[in-house]
Design a binder for this molecule. Sequence first.
Ligand code: AMP
Length: 146
Amino acid sequence: MSLDGAYDEGNPFALILAGKIPSAKLYEDEHTYAFLDIMPQSKGHSLVISKWSKARNLLEMEDDALAQVMATAKKVAIALRQALNPDGIHIAQFNGSAAGQTVFHLHVHIVPRWEGGPVGFSTHGQGGMADAEELRALAESVRAFL
Ligand code: AMP
């Protein structure tokens, strides 16, 4: 999908927000929702989305929605640091399929990184689909810091 187009109400993150598919929730407030990625690039790979904005990418995002998402990304990054003690934290955001975007509801990736580990993004995460029970347990341990 290009940078231009209509918001798809059936995209996975819209379905998560509507409660139609499950997610490993980390944090939620009035404006934002944070959860674990199902195909993680590292342990603790998290995503933050706006609960109300229909922006598909950064270019369309309302300034207030962007500020809300980034404030939550900061909270989650701090909690991930406390929970997992990474050496670094990669914050990323892709716009358009040519840039690697696959879900067209704006989201910010928060990827804990460790020295000697991978630094890039692979198409299906580092190990494919994560185990749902492992994600649930990991989310619980991160939530303790939020
Ligand atoms: P992007 O390539 O920036 O569009 O990233 C989309 C991310 O969403 C990828 O890292 C996927 O693994 C992740 N993802 C897709 N569907 C789900 C889902 N149902 N729950 C959690 N993460 C998802």
